[in-house]
Write a protein that binds this ligand. Structure first.
Ligand code: ADP
Ligand code: MG
Length: 245
């Protein structure tokens, strides 16, 4: 690994019973890099994200974040996990908390930030994702696109070293996809390290430094977006792209 590698997966394997869902996965993500992961349903993309955040255990191999191997459990894990933000397809907001509280709570409980500083930070981030005016509302009063932007603000509030996005726009009505992708594009421009699982190939072309194609638990190929979309080298990537483009 080089010094600039923020995330390093080395020979990672994961099984669910007889199903081998991650097969000898090696992946390095550099500081400031935007890696877009694509591939068919069931390829193991979500499992990979969840493993990086230790929401899912692995059977063998190692995963390091900023030079520290992720422990299986314990107090150190909670601290390391806070360094890896995650944005899910289903938003996962606290339904009974206001938008503002959704962005404040983790700062207070996990980072032990004073309440007033957490509120200030939350307001600043809600402004940044374009929903400063919605702070007092509850998630259900917002559109899907707005809820997902709250989720992004909540992830940013923890000042993570990297944010993992697992199909962040897949649950959205089509007219709301762009407002979320625009926020993500702006984060990418600001130098945030991002791992993004998505079917939005336009976003992959525009924002990715590297596209990683997964199938059947393996990284089949990876390349810069122009090279990958222009001339995918594997048959599996070719047939996947032929189906979706
Ligand atoms: P993707 O996100 O690429 O669609 P997943 O990582 O969700 O793929 O799933 C990879 C494979 O692992 C799929 O075959 C899925 O059915 C299986 N799988 C995922 N989670 C579990 C689980 N908790 N228990 C058993 N099998 C699972
Ligand atoms: Mg998935």
């Amino acid at each position: 690994m080089s010094e600039a590698d923020l995330i390093v997966l080395d020979q990672v394997n994961k099984r669910y019973g007889d199903l081998h869902v991650l097969r000898d996965v090696n992946l390095n993500v550099r500081q400031g890099e935007v890696v877009v992961i694509i591939g068919p349903s069931g390829a193991g993309k979500s499992t990979l994200c969840r493993a990086i955040n230790r929401l899912e255990s692995i059977d063998s191999g190692t995963i390091s974040v900023d030079g520290t191997p992720l422990p299986a459990e314990g107090r150190q894990l909670a601290r390391l996990r806070a360094e890896v933000g995650m944005v899910f397809q289903s938003f996962n907001l606290f339904a009974h908390k206001t938008v503002l509280d959704n962005v404040v709570l983790g700062q207070v409980h996990v980072l032990k930030r004073p309440k007033d500083a957490a509120v200030r930070k939350a307001r600043e981030l809600l402004d940044r994702v374009g929903i400063g005016g919605q702070a007092a509302k509850f998630p259900a009063q917002l559109s899907g696109g707005q809820q997902q932007r709250v989720a992004i603000a909540r992830a940013l509030a923890m000042e993570p070293k990297v944010i993992l996005f697992d199909e962040p726009t897949s649950a959205l009505d089509p007219e709301m996809v762009n407002e979320v992708l625009e926020v993500m594009t702006s984060l990418a421009r600001d130098g945030m390290t991002m791992v993004v699982v998505t079917h939005e190939m336009g976003f992959a072309r525009r924002a990715a430094d590297r596209v990683v194609f997964m199938a059947d638990g393996e990284i089949v190929e990876q390349n810069a977006p122009d090279a990958f979309f222009g001339s995918p080298s594997s048959e599996r990537a070719q047939s996947f792209l032929a189906k979706i483009l």
